[in-house]
Design a protein around this ligand. Structure first.
Ligand SMILES: [Zn+2]
Ligand SMILES: [Zn+2]
Length: 240
């Protein structure tokens, strides 16, 4: 599904677009090479590969899969996608080991409970805040946005002056709060990360679940920021 000139949706159970358990999986056309953002929950990889082909691309040109955070629904396709495309897996250094061992932070037991299972693989590129990665003509800037998990990242990609931001589960485009209280969750870090995202001033928002926003992003984010800073009782009752 083509979302912008350079950004495509190639997986996402919320759209019935790949398999149950998949987060949104985005493909970025880097000009002769491709990058992915997240890899889903594992079962959707064959469908994602088909979707990449249907978009007119060659899966063997996927160079990097950025992992926004270590939850199983974002890392489950790492091994199968690496095997199929030869891509490198890039994740924040704080979650490298968790992803490689399917540790507690990945919530892998939840995956097993919901009928998903997958093999882990190595993280090839260890990321940290402000790291800039170039893939052909595309430039990706890593922004460390912990809170949902300790090594959560957002990825900024500029497309002809328009700022695309991939945020994983740190922000939604509908002002909806994400999954709080999982192992590794930090309320204060999450609040700071929303401020950090606001500072980036993105034009388009590509979250890990739900719909994306191609305009009016700052308004969505301000609603979210307001909720994070409201008394907790309001947050709980106003989720929507
Ligand atoms: Zn998550
Ligand atoms: Zn998720």
């Amino acid at each position: 599904m083509k979302l912008t000139d350079k950004v495509f949706l190639v997986g996402g159970s919320g759209y019935g677009y790949s398999a149950p358990g998949d987060c949104n999986v985005y493909l970025v056309d880097c000009g002769g090479a491709l990058s992915l953002v997240d890899t889903g929950g594992g079962r959707g990889v064959p469908m994602m590969l088909d979707n990449i082909k249907r978009m007119g691309f060659d899966p063997s040109t996927v160079e990097v899969a950025f992992i926004t955070h270590c939850h199983y629904d974002h890392i489950g396709g790492n091994r199968a996608l690496k095997d199929a495309t030869g891509c490198k897996i890039a994740a924040h250094k704080a979650e490298k080991e968790e992803i490689e061992t399917l540790g507690e932070l990945t919530l892998y037991q939840q995956a097993l409970d919901s009928g998903l299972s997958f093999e882990p693989t190595s993280v090839d590129i260890s990321l940290s805040d402000e790291r800039v990665l170039e893939v052909r003509e595309a430039v990706f800037r890593v922004i460390h946005t912990p809170g949902h998990t300790p090594g959560g990242i957002s990825i900024l990609h500029e497309e002809e002056g328009v700022r695309n931001l991939f945020v994983g589960d740190t922000a939604s485009a509908q002002g909806r709060l994400g999954y709080v209280n999982a192992i590794g969750y930090s309320h204060d870090d999450w609040k700071s990360s929303i401020k950090k995202i606001l500072d980036v001033n993105p034009d388009r928002l590509f979250p890990g679940h739900g719909t994306f926003a191609l305009s009016g992003v700052m308004d969505c984010l301000k609603v979210l920021d307001g909720k994070w800073n409201a008394p907790w009782i309001n947050i709980v009752t106003e989720v929507g």
